[in-house]
Design a protein around this ligand. Structure first.
Ligand code: CMC
Length: 453
């Protein structure tokens, strides 16, 4: 028998098995806890709870390590492409040459979206946030691409996966074009996944878009850096919603909704807005640091801090390097990059940030890179969503194929009103000025209050 944890409750000792991961991570298996002891665990925000065993992504927050299927993210950013990384995440291994070619062909074949979807886009109010539109449209895809009949389950999954990967990118560019009132640019079969996206975003009949290999590579790296991050909020949402055996489109839509939050993917837009605010105030960063430290102020330094990383997010370093490369290539300067670097320098010198282990995360520099590529602020989180899609898919697939699969259904510790009686309306209407709060009464058996036959 392997290692066990001992738990003493009400004088009785229980043994709980210890599960050890391939990187030595240890977990106490409490799956039989309630059945054996009558107790449950309580862990707000799930900071100490493993919801699954997963072979997709490994993170070590203390050492700043991030690996997908064992490969360090730095190596993928330098040597791989987003499409290849997507294959790696979803299929568990790097593709052979022919497989990658076939995967790219399929992404190309599925890149168009049903023409009727265009009219849906036009019906959203102009000021609608693109994340709101994306979440709705991804759910709507199910209506346009219903269940495929006559295929095996794995063939059906493969086609759905390819459709989503390809169409989400097309839909994102389309929503941008339609928001401008411009003609939609269709995907081209001769362009790569990333080049196609930039072309669909920025080509226009009177000013053809000049593709630049370095900018295409920068987008490739941006998406690789977002491809997966184990059980983060949006991925957990995809798994939880998917556990009810809903279709992949609906599960991914839940992920998009979660990602939109300012504490999660929405932070990339918030970072740029914060840097713009600093710039508008003359570029002084210290007042913002002081506000972030003030417990009476809700303000937080956006793009700083992480649930898992207690050190520099490895993705943030690569992102900062990419910002420099792209700005150099464009022979441009972005004053927001200088402000961001000063802000980082000041924050990292500050004892509050040191004591709380707060370092830049992936969102801190990503907006500066996206700005350099010409992406508007309100599309930043959509860019994150396209990047995270392979991760969501891989995690959904892993959970769907997990022999230990169960519907996600956490428990709770109830702290509300104990059994009380229904108070008829006449009795609730207090005298003038009296609160019409329902009165608490000693509890009675249900039969006493149920309508009598
Ligand atoms: N600025 C100031 N204080 C912070 C910050 C911040 N950015 N982040 C955490 N803290 C403080 C927090 O006030 C708390 O202090 P204390 O213990 O004294 O009360 C302590 O650090 C722990 O914070 P927490 O909120 O309990 O930590 P968490 O693990 O629940 O939250 C987080 C992680 C990422 C939501 C948080 O760090 C945050 O709000 N950061 C800003 C938003 C952001 O950049 N989000 C992107 C995250 S990375 C990419 C992604 O997931 O999408």
């Amino acid at each position: 028998m392997g290692e066990v944890a001992k738990l003493i409750l009400e004088g009785k000792t229980y043994e709980l098995p210890v599960v050890v991961g391939s990187e030595g991570e240890k977990a106490i298996d409490i799956s039989a806890l309630r059945a054996k002891t009558g107790y449950i665990t309580l862990d707000p925000g799930f900071a100490n709870t493993g919801s699954c065993q997963s072979a997709i992504t490994f993170m070590d927050g203390e050492k700043g390590i991030l690996r997908h299927r064992g490969i360090p993210v730095q190596e993928l950013a330098a040597k791989s492409s987003f499409v290849e990384t997507a294959f790696l995440l979803i299929n568990g291994r790097l593709p052979r040459r022919e497989e990658l070619k076939r995967f790219s062909q399929l992404l190309n074949e599925h890149s168009l979206v049903h023409e009727d979807l265009h009219s849906f886009y036009r019906l959203f109010p102009r000021e609608s946030h693109p994340m709101l539109i994306l979440a709705s449209m991804v759910t709507a895809l199910r209506a346009f691409y219903p269940r495929l009949v006559g295929l095996s389950q794995s063939e059906e999954i493969n086609i759905t996966v390819t459709r989503l990967l390809s169409k989400l990118r097309t839909m994102a560019a389309m929503s941008y074009k339609l928001s401008l009132g411009h003609r939609v640019i269709y995907p081209r079969p001769d362009l790569s996944y990333c080049a196609n996206f930039l072309n669909m975003m920025f080509d226009n009949p009177v000013r053809p878009y000049q593709l630049d290999d370095e900018l295409v590579k920068a987008l490739d790296v941006f998406w690789i850096l977002h491809a997966d991050h184990e059980q983060n909020c949006s991925t957990a949402a995809v798994r939880v919603v998917g556990s009810a055996r809903v279709n992949l489109y609906a599960a991914v839509s839940a992920g998009i909704a979660a990602l939109w939050g300012p504490l999660h993917g929405g932070a990339n837009q918030q970072v740029i807005e914060m840097l713009e605010q600093i710039q508008a105030g003359g570029g002084e960063v210290r007042p913002f640091i002081a506000r972030a430290k003030d417990k009476n102020d809700e303000f937080r330094l956006m793009g700083f801090g992480h649930r898992v990383y207690r050190t520099y997010d490895p993705r943030a370093q690569i992102m900062q390097d990419m910002c420099h490369r792209v700005l150099d290539k464009l022979q441009r300067q972005d004053p927001l990059l200088d402000i961001a670097k000063r802000l980082e320098e000041e924050a990292l010198k500050d004892s509050y940030f040191q004591d709380h282990n707060l370092y830049p995360n992936v969102d801190f520099y990503s907006g500066i890179l996206l700005r350099a590529l010409g992406i508007p602020n309100n599309m930043f989180t959509v860019m994150f969503a396209i990047g995270r899609l392979p991760g969501w898919i891989a995690q959904w697939k892993e959970s769907a194929q997990d022999p230990e699969w169960r519907i996600s259904r956490p428990r709770q510790v109830y702290v509300g009103q104990t059994e009380t009686r229904y108070v008829p309306m006449e009795a609730r209407d207090g005298k003038e000025g009296e609160a019409a709060e329902p009165q608490q009464r000693p509890s009675e058996p249900y039969s006493a209050v149920l309508p009598r036959p």
